[in-house]
Design a protein. Structure first.
Length: 129
């Protein structure tokens, strides 16, 4: 077994500005249900953002602003994948909030789909079967 054993956090970039920060908070906290965490005033990148909890695992999603984020997020296949307990319920929640759910090929032992956040970040959601 290797030395790595988990993911502490992933960082997702969004556009700059207070409107983008509020849009990100609404999407990740209100739509996806992640809990907003306290965030240090002085982070390594020095940009505004949010820290969000994925639950009792201690894993986090960090939201960070970056100029032109939507320009490079949109065409990219780069993505983060999140385990979910009820993929169908999440799909309904996303669609109810105007988010397009993208079907994809399936793999043995899981069901999954993709979507894009309001800033073009590609997100994968996986339910193990």
């Amino acid at each position: 077994m290797g030395l790595l054993y988990g993911v502490q956090h992933v960082t997702i970039t969004i556009e700059e500005g207070s409107a983008a920060l509020e849009t990100a908070r609404k999407f990740y906290a209100d739509v996806l249900g992640l809990q907003v965490l306290p965030r240090p005033e002085s982070t390594d990148n020095g940009r505004p953002g949010w820290w969000l909890s994925l639950g009792p695992s201690g894993q986090q999603v960090h939201i960070s602003t970056e100029r032109g984020a939507k320009d490079y997020n949109g065409p990219s296949k780069r993505h983060s994948a999140f385990l979910v307990k009820d993929l169908a319920a999440l799909g309904e929640q996303l669609q109810k909030n105007g988010v397009t759910v993208e079907g994809t090929n399936q793999f043995e032992g899981q069901t999954r789909f993709f979507c894009r956040d309001p800033f073009g970040n590609r997100l994968e959601f996986v339910q193990l079967t």
